[in-house]
Write a protein that binds this ligand. Structure first.
Ligand code: NDP
Length: 293
């Protein structure tokens, strides 16, 4: 059997086009242009790339973006003052603090300060808390988990009752993905570094989400034939034939797992593009929430 490839790039482009159409419509109705402020502290090259691509996506969707850069030696107070200023700025509907912050800064305190109504990254403890509670709805869902669920929904018409295994329990990916799957009535197993007999547990999955950050860890014989495999991992491995000297691979051994899975996401081109698409969707939603005020 050969898996169907779930093309996150095309799906993400469609989401971004939908957002653009809705932005155009709301602006034509005289409503405010949605605005996203990014806060980048320090000069982490990967963070700089992520922030640049978020601004580019905003531009394409007709969303205003406001980039704020603080030096690596910015104090906690300076970062907090900036967030407070952005909370009060009516042009700014969404605030994205690019993580990780340089060591020495208290990330949790900064994320706590972001207004819950502008928390387009969905990392505010109130939003995460609501995600974990039955009958409560967060205002925003973190972007990578939301993108992961969006992909699953494209190929699994009825998530209810399916066995889902989430490999990884981080605050930003594994745990929120697991919570979303529970909300969709899947039966969810969360695996982590202390899980025993990992391949046996993973083999129970009808839906497998891999978010461990270990290159090609999930092998063919870990995967139930026909399973839906969503690979969130992004890992650099040396590749002397590549221009940059490395290539990106996921947490799943793609070529061999594609022989048994029913559906699989590639890396790159799977979950990655969905993250920014969901950020655009969340920013539009933030502007809609502000309309109601
Ligand atoms: P973290 O390092 O924060 O979490 C990794 C998780 O995997 C932890 O829960 C850890 O367990 C578990 N784990 C690590 N090693 C093993 C192992 N050998 N066996 C079982 N479980 C293990 O990573 P993130 O969640 O931040 O990211 C995961 C991956 O997703 C990374 O490759 C990252 O680059 C990628 N990513 C991709 C994004 C995208 O847009 N596509 C966005 C964000 C992340 P424990 O809790 O016990 O330590």
């Amino acid at each position: 059997m050969s898996a169907t490839i779930l093309d996150g790039k095309t799906i993400a482009e469609n989401v971004r086009l939908e957002v653009k159409e809705q932005v155009t419509k709301r602006v034509a109705e005289g409503k405010m242009v949605p605005g996203l402020a990014t806060v980048l502290v320090g000069e982490n090259p990967a963070s700089q790339v992520y922030v640049r691509s978020k601004h580019k996506a905003c531009q394409e969707a007709g969303i205003n973006s406001y980039g704020h850069v603080l030096s690596a030696d910015a104090t906690q107070q300076e970062v907090e003052d900036l967030v407070i200023e952005l909370n009060d700025d009516p042009k700014v509907h969404g605030i994205l603090v690019q993580l990780p912050l340089p060591s020495g800064l208290d990330e949790e305190r900064v994320l706590n300060l972001v207004s819950i109504e502008k928390d387009v990254d969905g990392f505010h403890p109130l939003n995460i808390g609501r995600l974990a509670q039955k009958g409560r709805d967060p205002l925003f869902i973190p972007c990578t988990p939301a993108g992961t669920m969006y992909l699953i929904e494209q190929v699994v018409p009825k998530i209810e009752g399916q066995n889902a295994v989430v490999l990884g329990r981080s605050n930003i990916v594994g745990m929120p993905v697991a919570l979303l799957l529970v909300r969709a009535n899947a039966t969810v197993t969360i695996c982590h570094s202390r899980t025993k007999n990992l391949p046996d547990v993973v083999r129970q999955a009808d839906i497998l989400v891999a978010a461990v950050g270990r290159a090609e860890m999930v092998k063919k014989d870990w995967v139930k034939p026909g399973a839906v495999v969503i690979d969130v991992g992004v890992n650099r491995v040396d590749d002397p034939t590549a221009k940059r000297g490395y290539k990106l691979v996921g947490d799943v051994a793609y070529d061999e797992v594609a022989e048994v899975a029913g559906v699989i996401t590639p890396v790159p081109g799977g979950v990655g593009p969905m993250t920014i698409a969901m950020l655009m969707k969340n920013t539009l939603r933030a502007a809609e929430i502000a309309d109601l005020k």
